[in-house]
Ligand binder design. Structure first.
Ligand code: NAD
Ligand code: ZN
Length: 360
């Protein structure tokens, strides 16, 4: 038996206003006047001076705005890497992602691709990345995915939706400033926060559970309950707690695995481009057979906050389209094995998945 030797984020700063320390954090890492820091910033912040004016630009540093409307694709990652290569004579001092899971994943992937040849599609999988990436920093502005602590960057490539999972992927530095969560639309706050809730349920009820994952998962679940069941509004305390819930949820699945909701949500996302947070909610809503307690509590949270969970996504799909989703879902073997044990294939047939997708 061999145990995974898991890399962790070596440096993290937490606190309201900690974003203002960015210059202090970055300057010692600067490799020279010609080696810029590149900030990959969600374009939702374009023109929002309260954030943008606080990005400490010097020398050749540059902001690149990126839309979070679509999840990261390998071709976009390669394109950003190539543009940086053309514009600057030296390798950047660092890549800083500012935004949700989408920007965090772009930052990780671009940092890795600046020091690994070829296309990011060549590295979708486990431990395929050969060289350490450039210094990379993650600054979340919405909480739930756990991308700030994880060892992966999830990319959609020509052939698959799969992460670049490697020891080089985690951030070198994370800045957790809960005041950056200000302005997140309520539905999105819910969908992305539920990603965290679902990580906890899938981890805590899975067959891979162990004390490491349980300790983080239970804390994260408690925080999610405080945020989504006990509070009536999104106050500062709940922003602080959701940020830490996301962190702990990410730590929990690091050493266990996600489950049925994620496996099926990947199918929706691959075929229809459904985004991760809302996709997980659409699937989880139909999983009471697998997660009875979790789904009951989820529905309470949906009701309490008056959230709209989209329905009818699959009503007009062809047989081929259903089959594509089913293929994607079934390919995620460790997720099913975690959820249902070694004999998962006895219950999870193609027909079973089809009938479940038809409800969504
Ligand atoms: P996101 O980054 O896709 O952003 C969701 C929406 O919220 C966007 O419209 C964005 O513009 C907006 N937004 C973000 N911060 C805001 C703010 N402060 N104010 C106003 N609007 C704001 O959301 P997400 O759910 O955090 O990330 C989803 C992505 O994360 C997916 O691509 C998924 O694959 C990835 N993911 C990665 C991991 C990992 O471990 N690497 C884990 C889970 C999910
Ligand atoms: Zn997730």
């Amino acid at each position: 038996m061999s145990f995974r030797n898991f890399p962790m984020v070596p440096r993290v700063v937490f606190g309201r206003g900690s974003f203002n320390q960015l210059s202090e954090i970055l300057e010692p890492k600067r490799l020279g006047d010609q080696a810029p820091f590149i900030f990959l910033v969600d374009d939702v912040f374009k023109g929002k001076d309260s954030l943008i004016s606080r990005i400490p630009l010097k020398h050749k540093d540059k902001i690149i705005y990126i839309s979070a409307d679509e999840e990261p694709k390998t071709i976009y990652v390669d394109g950003i890497r190539d543009d940086i290569g053309k514009e600057f004579n030296e390798i950047p001092s660092g890549i800083i992602g500012i935004g949700g899971g989408t920007m965090l994943d772009y930052a990780k992937a671009v940092a890795l691709m600046l020091s690994n040849p070829g296309s990011s599609a060549d590295y979708q999988g486990w431990d395929l990345v050969k060289n350490q990436g450039v210094y990379h920093v993650g600054i979340p502005t919405i909480s739930g995915t756990g991308a700030e602590v994880s060892r992966t960057t999830v990319l959609t490539g020509p052939e698959r939706k799969l992460g670049m999972n490697s020891d080089y992927t985690p951030f070198d530095q994370v800045v957790l400033d809960p005041s950056l969560l200000e302005g997140v639309p309520k539905n999105q706050w819910f969908y992305t926060g539920m990603d965290c809730y679902i990580h906890c349920i899938e981890s805590l009820t899975g067959t891979y559970l162990n004390a490491f994952s349980q300790s983080y998962g239970e804390k994260s679940l408690d925080l999610c309950r405080e945020v989504y069941l006990e509070k009536d509004s999104i106050d500062e305390d709940s922003q602080d707690k959701l940020m830490m819930a996301s962190w702990h949820g990410g730590m929990s699945i690091a050493y266990s695995q996600v489950g049925v909701a994620h496996a099926m949500s990947y199918g929706l996302s691959y075929l229809l481009g459904t985004k991760h947070g809302v996709g997980n909610c659409i699937v989880f809503d139909q999983l009471k057979e697998f997660y009875p307690e979790g789904v009951k509590e989820f529905k309470q949270m949906v009701d309490k906050h008056g959230i709209d969970i989209p329905k009818g996504l699959c009503k007009d799909l062809s047989d081929d389209e259903f089959n594509t989703m089913i293929d994607v879902a079934l390919s995620l073997v460790p997720l099913w094995e975690n959820a249902l044990g070694k004999d998962w294939e006895k219950t999870i047939t193609r027909e079973k998945l089809r009938s479940m997708y038809e409800l969504m």
